[in-house]
Design a protein around this ligand. Structure first.
Ligand SMILES: [Zn+2]
Length: 183
């Protein structure tokens, strides 16, 4: 089976970050396995990250640690159970680092920081906090097909399926259609 690449369709920075593990509940597949993978994901994750000055030290273990804490906290709030204190503490700890600072060079804005890596994790953690806050959490959904956690930004707030290229909603439509025809 073809493994998909990075997608940025979950509705926010932190949710897209969590989505770097595909098929979480059936056959999890981690798309971030090296510094190179993280850089690749980061470049397209937010316009601010595009002109970040690479390279800088990247701790892939810390990347995964934050990501899984966010995932577990999201799962908790979706099922209306309290997230684990240790997960929230890790997210809060990551969020306190400074954001990236802009600087202008030959007309191009570069983003830098004393500690660029932790600044990027900090921005992801801050977005996770926005997603997990009581009112925002009501918009979180888990796709019944591919298990992507996404934010339902639609006006009627009635989305069931994710909008990834895997076409979950479409497949469900086909299944319903076939069931109707009795095939
Ligand atoms: Zn899906």
């Amino acid at each position: 089976m073809a493994i998909r690449n990075f997608e940025y369709t979950a509705g926010s920075l932190a949710l897209n970050f969590v989505d770097t593990v595909a098929q979480r509940q059936t056959s999890p597949y981690d798309l971030i396995n090296s510094e190179k993978d993280f850089i690749k994901w980061t470049r397209n994750a937010d316009p601010v990250f595009y002109n970040v000055r690479f390279p800088f030290p990247i701790d892939v273990g810390a990347v995964k640690e934050l990501r899984e804490a966010i995932y577990k906290a999201l799962c908790a709030v979706i099922t209306e159970t309290p997230p684990k204190d240790s997960d929230i503490e890790l997210i809060n700890k990551c969020a306190v680092n400074a954001d990236l600072r802009p600087s202008l060079k030959n007309g191009i804005v570069y983003f830098d920081s004393g500690d660029t890596f932790n600044a990027i994790l900090s921005m992801i953690a801050a977005d996770a906090i926005n997603c997990l806050a009581e009112n925002a959490a009501l918009k979180l959904r888990e796709c019944p097909d591919c298990q992507m956690i996404f934010r339902d930004n639609s006006r009627p707030q009635n989305r069931i399926w994710c909008s990834s290229s895997s076409g979950c909603g479409n497949r469900a439509k086909v299944r319903r259609h076939r069931a109707k025809k009795g095939k």
